[in-house]
Design a protein around this ligand. Structure first.
Ligand code: GTP
Length: 647
């Protein structure tokens, strides 16, 4: 479509003898001609396109390799300042981790032919594996990057199988060969043993020093198949990622399966059936590089006036208005595993915080949110996250990008119950319910069984720490599923574990036991029958509703005792003795006592002016007003915050 115009405009603009055109017009034509030339240059036929992503365990050097690939192809200027240029979010730069997959298109010349390479740099941490699975859907191949010092780790195994199941070409690359303790041959043996990839096909590089990077690009061109799409077919594009900008709305990332997507055309989002005018399309190099048209096989961005996350469903199919196509399979929705409460510090900030949450969730649609109200903390929300790091990153982004400070409660998991009581089945309209709050925990007689969420953990550890790690897994009620010798020094363990056991400090324990050498990855393994009970807490016989918890029966005594001790630490002593009790069905399982104490605010005020005494007594009365009365016990709000919030 562009070719006839392209030649004409260039010839026209280059006619410097044309005296009648004012200078302004000539420069415009020159600029337009240049733009058309670039457009023309990037309109590669599908056999000259390669789409791939880099996958690896955390910190094995994905973003550093991406820097070198961008430099080598001239996409960004070579500079010592180029450090993880694709990690753009403040939280990524601060923590030195990738949390959002990033796309960059490069042009690379190989064997006399230019190729359009689309690279996606993915996060390495297990919480963000949803990002990896989406990136794989927009690729035909992966670079499986392994640290020459650390060898194959838990996320290397997980990412390999994701790519293998998606039937993508896999290019094994061993990075950091410059390190003193690098053992690339040993790592190549691990790769051969675990993944059945010949040792000889592993490419050895140093992304930091830029050693052998050209070999990676050559392997991409030679081993990754070109996309299958045909330009002359109707448009069919996969929406695999999105970001939100306040003025332009949703910027959607698309992988074009077939057809063309031109600026100004009309498209339909299959999920909602809504149609839009395409305002802008382009490639990411790695900054936005607008184009007149995207073609089958290319990966690029589109702005079409979509204003909400619901309009730009991840995994949706985009087609031309009036030319519907069969929707692509899309993705399984992200499933939150860890839940935590979030409340404004001051209730007057509720509306502002809700707006900030809505905006951030447009950039991170894997977070779920339902309103929740707490007697102590007021109105807030219960948020679902993919894991603990995901939760921390979300809160940090909320603070950094939206200046919002919040009270967050400790993370928990969601249990389920299969109902026996016909009354409850009728009330809920189903036989199996999620227990979203301990206050809605159905009684044992009303259910046939309780269920708890499980995960299948993959742990890679040096042999010398294996026994201790197995003991920890057993203490966490784990069941061993698999055992594999990776080489003479390392083993892979697979355990079925209750999620509630790993959300506290399992990962830290694993790291400290193995001096940081063990790695851990997990996948959702559904629900399993569990013996659950609700533990209530009483202060002088009156229940404290907001502290009730649901726990494993065998852990109830331990959990109850720990909470009673915490309560004695945070509740100030009062004029009378306070009995702190943990109970199950009215039966006391733990008890502590807070001794009586009288705070005499006038103690230091001998003689003197009566107004000073009145002032001190008034201040004491005001302090009491901000307390919550439970039975005859006054509990300051701060005490609740210390008990409920994540420390
Ligand atoms: P995540 O996205 O968080 O999973 O990390 P990543 O895999 O993108 O790793 P990144 O590129 O951020 O590199 C992690 C660390 O390894 C950084 O400190 C890099 O400087 C360092 N690094 C990367 N490649 C090399 C290398 O070839 N040699 C050496 N010595 N260090 C490297």
């Amino acid at each position: 479509m562009l070719c006839p115009w392209f030649g004409f405009v260039r010839a026209f603009a280059s006619r410097t003898s044309c005296k009648v055109l004012p200078e302004l017009g000539r420069s415009w034509i020159r600029r337009y001609s240049k733009k058309l030339e670039e457009e023309h240059d990037l309109a590669f036929s599908t056999d000259r396109i390669r789409n791939f992503c880099i996958v690896a365990h955390v910190d094995h050097g994905k973003s550093t390799l991406a820097d070198r690939l961008l430099e080598l192809t001239g996409t960004i200027p070579q500079s010592a300042q180029n450090k993880q240029v694709l990690d753009k979010l403040p939280v990524e730069r601060e923590r030195g981790i990738t949390v959002k997959a990033q796309t960059a298109t490069m042009v690379y010349r190989h064997g006399g032919t230019s190729y359009l390479l689309n690279l996606i740099d993915t996060p390495g941490h297990v919480d963000f594996s949803y990002e990896v699975s989406r990136s794989l859907a927009a690729s035909q191949g992966v670079i499986l990057l392994v640290d020459a010092n650390e060898g194959v780790q838990a996320q290397t195994v997980a990412n390999f199988f994701l790519a293998f199941e998606a039937e993508l070409a896999i290019i094994p690359v061993i990075n950091k060969i410059d390190l003193k303790n690098a053992a690339p041959m040993q790592v190549a043996t691990q790769i051969e043993r675990l993944f059945d990839i010949p040792r000889s096909s592993c490419i050895q590089i140093s992304a930091k020093l830029g050693t052998n990077i050209e070999a990676v690009l050559q392997a991409v061109v030679e081993n990754v198949p070109p996309p299958q799409g045909q330009r002359d077919k109707p448009l069919c594009a996969l929406l695999f990622d999105s970001a939100f900008e306040p003025y332009r709305g949703v910027v959607a990332l698309l992988a074009l399966e077939s057809g063309q997507l031109a600026r100004g055309s009309r498209i339909v989002a299959a999920h909602s059936g809504r149609d839009y005018e395409v305002l802008e399309v382009g490639l990411l190099r790695p900054q936005e590089h607008p184009q007149l048209c995207l073609y089958a096989g290319q990966v690029g961005y589109m702005v079409a006036g979509m204003k909400t996350a619901q309009e730009a469903q991840i995994g949706d199919t985009i087609y031309s208005y009036g030319q519907p196509v069969d929707p692509l399979p899309g993705f399984k929705p992200a499933k939150p595993l860890v839940f935590a409460g979030m409340f404004p510090i001051d209730q007057s900030e509720y509306v502002m915080l809700r707006k900030a949450l809505e905006k951030l969730m447009l950039n991170d649609p894997s977070v779920t949110l339902i309103p929740e109200t707490s007697i102590v903390l007021g109105a807030g929300w219960r948020l679902g996250f993919l894991g603990l790091l995901h939760m921390d990153v979300f809160y940090q982004r909320l603070e950094q990008e939206y200046q919002a400070s919040v009270i967050r409660t400790a993370p928990s998991v969601t249990f389920r119950a299969r109902l026996r009581s016909q009354k409850l089945i009728k009330e809920y309209g189903k036989e199996e319910i999620s227990i979203l709050s301990p206050s809605r925990f159905p009684d044992r007689v009303e259910v046939s069984e309780y269920l708890e969420p499980m995960i299948l953990a993959t742990i890679v550890t040096p042999l010398e720490h294996m026994k201790q790690i197995m003991t920890v897994c057993q203490d966490c009620r784990g069941t061993q599923k698999e055992f594999l010798n990776m080489d003479d020094n390392r083993v892979v363990l697979k355990y079925l574990l209750p999620l509630s056991e790993i959300i506290s400090d399992f990962y830290d324990v694993l790291k400290s036991l193995s001096s940081g050498y063990a790695s851990f990855d997990y996948e959702d393994a559904g629900f399993q029958v569990a013996d659950l009970v609700r533990v209530d807490y009483l202060l002088n016989g009156t229940g404290v509703e907001e502290l009730a918890t649901v726990v494993q029966r065998e852990k109830a005594r331990h959990v109850g005792k720990a909470m009673c001790v915490r309560l004695t630490e945070v509740i100030p002593r009062q004029l009378f003795q306070i009995a702190v009790q943990a109970v199950i069905h009215g039966k006391v399982i733990a008890r502590e006592t807070i001794k009586p104490y009288r705070k005499d605010v006038l103690a230091k005020c001998h003689g003197g002016d009566v107004t000073r005494r009145m002032k001190l007594l008034k201040r004491q009365a005001e302090g009491k007003r901000s307390m919550r009365r439970i039975g005859n016990v006054e509990v300051p709000r701060e005490a609740f915050l210390r008990l409920l919030r994540k420390t």
